[in-house]
Design a protein around this ligand. Structure first.
Ligand SMILES: Cc1cc2nc3c(=O)[nH]c(=O)nc-3n(C[C@H](O)[C@H](O)[C@H](O)COP(=O)(O)O)c2cc1C
Length: 163
């Protein structure tokens, strides 16, 4: 008699959020994802606690950060994500890793939501593969739930097909 193994897709999220905006987006994505991919296993790790090896866990990795004036110049990643990716995980090898990105920012700043571009550059330069076009949230995320949901729907499709 044969046996059937149920595949449980997994998503590893590493996020940095100072005023809670990125956390709000990540929470919305997670809630929606769970309705679309019922068995999905989601782990959320704060960038300040993340280790380089955490980048390699899960079928799909999601990196999320707002844009900050880290180190005194605008258009940088959140300080915690910056310290993680530029220092602790600077030598990470992401070959074959499927990655999704969420970047936030505010239109009042010149380098609006540049964190999205910086996260994409990190993934590409370390050999990772961007799974879908990144989600960019400009200004407060409250009221932007439809855009978040639409993106989460695309992410759900990708996760289901890569598990
Ligand atoms: C000190 C400071 C610097 C910021 N610098 C930028 C910036 O250079 N570009 C940008 O688009 N947004 C910038 N922002 C806006 C934040 O990225 C935006 O509010 C984001 O939603 C914050 O997300 P978080 O609460 O998850 O950290 C800055 C905000 C602060 C308070």
């Amino acid at each position: 008699m044969g046996c059937t193994l149920a595949l449980v897709p997994s998503l590893q999220i590493i996020a940095a959020s100072t005023s809670g905006h990125t956390d709000y987006v990540v929470t919305n994505v997670t809630i929606f994802l769970k309705t679309k991919v019922p068995n999905v296993s989601v782990t959320v790790i704060r960038a300040e606690q993340a280790k380089a090896e955490d980048l390699l866990k899960g079928d799909v990795l999601l990196l999320a950060s707002g844009t900050w004036n880290t180190g005194g110049s605008e258009g940088q990643m959140n300080p915690h994500m910056h310290a993680f990716l530029r220092e602790r995980a600077a030598d990470a090898k992401l070959k074959g890793k499927k990655v999704a990105i969420i970047g936030l920012g505010d239109a009042r700043y010149r380098y609006t939501a540049k964190a999205k571009d910086l996260l994409e550059e990190f993934v590409k330069s370390h050999g990772g593969e961007l799974l879908l076009p990144s989600l960019k949230i400009v200004n407060e995320p409250y009221g932007q739930e439809e855009a978040i949901k639409k993106w989460a729907q695309e992410l759900a499709k990708k996760i289901s097909s890569h598990a």
